[in-house]
Write a protein that binds this ligand. Sequence first.
Ligand code: 6LW
Length: 511
Amino acid sequence: MRVYDNPVIGGFHPDPSVCRVGDDYYLVCSSFEYFPGLPLFHSRDLVHWEQIGNVLDRPGQLPLPLPGSKASGGLYAPTIRHHDGRYWVISTNIDGGGNFVVSAERPEGPWSDPVWIDLSGIDPDLAWEEDGTCWCAFSGPRGGINMARIDPVTGEVLEGPFRTWSGSGLKFPEAPHLYRIGDWWYLLIAEGGTERGHGVSIARGRSPRGPWEGAPGNPLLSHSGTARSIQNTGHADLVQAPDGSWWMVLLGVRPRGFTPDVHVLGRETYLTPVEWREDGWPVVAPVPENHAAPGGAWHPVPAPPARDDFDAVALAPHWISPFARPEASWSLTERPGRLVLHATGPTLDAPGYTFVGRRQQHHDCRVSTLIDPGTGRGGLCVRLDEAHHYELEAGDAEVSVVARIGPLRQTLARRPAPAGPLHLTVRMRTSDLVPASPHLTGGGATGPDTVDFWLGDPDAPDARPIAELDGRYLSTEVACGFTGRVIGMYATQGSVAFDWFEYVPSPTPSV
Ligand code: 6LW
């Protein structure tokens, strides 16, 4: 029996939505202030997911930088569906324009420019009746789940919006998805808020207009108040496999540290089975850390290479940049085999800087790069947002560790560095934790991990870190918002060349 491990897509991949076309599954996640936006994944078994692109990968598709956008702004929860031979994604640009639909003939794209829909709210869904009527359920601006009939081609609102079933009474009913299953219409929602009280609830009715009957025992699924290692479970989408089995993708987090525990990898994508009772209600067990895989063939996909040598003419789809990535700010051709970044902002403390990064997907990992700062300044940055980031910076014949935590910014250490290319490493470790609050009673309080910074190879015989920091301050609970850590290369002065970038997961000690 094949067993899969959760999360099926680790790192900051929240608000997953999935659809199946034949034997192929496609999944999109929210991406907030990052460009390209709305990462798109493909799978043949619901377990192994390969990022095949991003739905919004052309600066012209959305006004970028998103007007006035801030961290955790931008692109909120999407829904992906396949209807009438086309792929459809509906989402929300919270910083400008609101709800929009894009469509494509092929999932790899090209995806259309947005068709804007005059509905205010978030978490829009798409569902069609057999006669082609298209419904958009969404989380309304004054709370509650709303419904409207729309034309997804023109964006016209044909009817509504009107308020509909909104859960069992927990706060923040959101993330609605409408399904026709057998003789019933089902309305699946999230409620309780996307933190530790998150849950999934469901109702059914004979029409998209209702009336709706909430499932006995809603929320259908919640880890709230449990000792489970996976928390914040919610924001789900249902999909049926070719063998008739039903599955749910949803978001969750893996908190670390104590107490309180915090999460640093963002809200990740999880998979859990769904059973249907004789009485037509679904049953969803708590989200397992691992579980028997869906039936059918097992389709492993190639993991992104640990090292990117920047030999290609385009950046791989998992590379993301906050707010925008102006064409003039980066090049893979100026110095073939290197990523050259041109500074567009003097610090990482305000949007407008040059940064190319990838999501941190493992609690224990190390990131290295070979950087040639030339006469510029740049380095490696572990980022939550403009007020919560740690840097290992090279330039002016030194390397330095800089920490920005809320209103505080400090250069914690400097070390002379030779001219020419430098090997920089940042490690995230959940062992040897720096006590988060040594003054606390018991002294056992620790952050989620330790972040340490190195010039050269940490495994070299005489290696010693330049600095060591508590990772607590780069957690979502401290920084607030909807994202997780992104680790990347940046330039804040002149032009900086990166010969390669390496991301290597390390075995996580058992908790
Ligand atoms: C999303 C809402 C939520 O739109 O948080 O998890 C918002 N729930 O459904 C941002 O992810």
